[in-house]
Design a protein. Structure first.
Length: 131
């Protein structure tokens, strides 16, 4: 798995925004904290396609490490709405994943906003935990 991780990271040099988007997605799904550095770098590359930067932010949220919050906060006012909104959702997801009371869903969560934004991970958790 570690060898594959390094290939994914190296592939970010490719010109294809779609490939880099998928790479960021995979790194997030792997939940490998070693991906923080590369995802932070992708998010910070202002001339990168917003779709790729958005996916890097979402991947940081998927990994769920509290150390990603300051990185994501830097881009809450990004010129790209999709990037700034994804950073906001990623921060909320990290806080949710790391909350003390894992049984109780905070009342302010509204699954409709997650579904509209295209970030359904938290919405699916809400549906699974709602009983």
């Amino acid at each position: 798995m570690l060898c594959a991780f390094f290939w994914y990271v190296a592939a970010f040099k490719d010109d294809s925004a779609l490939l880099k988007h998928e790479l960021a997605y995979v790194l997030g799904q792997m939940k490998n904290p070693h991906a923080h550095a590369v995802l932070k770098s992708v998010l910070a590359t202002m001339d990168e396609d917003p779709m790729v930067r958005h996916e890097a932010a979402e991947a940081l949220g998927a990994i769920g490490s509290l150390e990603s919050i300051p990185i994501l906060e830097e881009y809450l006012k990004d010129e790209s709405d999709v990037v700034s909104q994804t950073c906001e959702l990623a921060i909320e997801k990290i806080k949710y994943d790391n909350r003390e009371d894992k049984e109780k869903l905070p009342e302010r969560y509204d699954t409709r906003s997650w579904l509209i934004s295209g970030s359904c991970n938290m919405a699916s958790e809400h549906i699974l935990y709602k009983s």
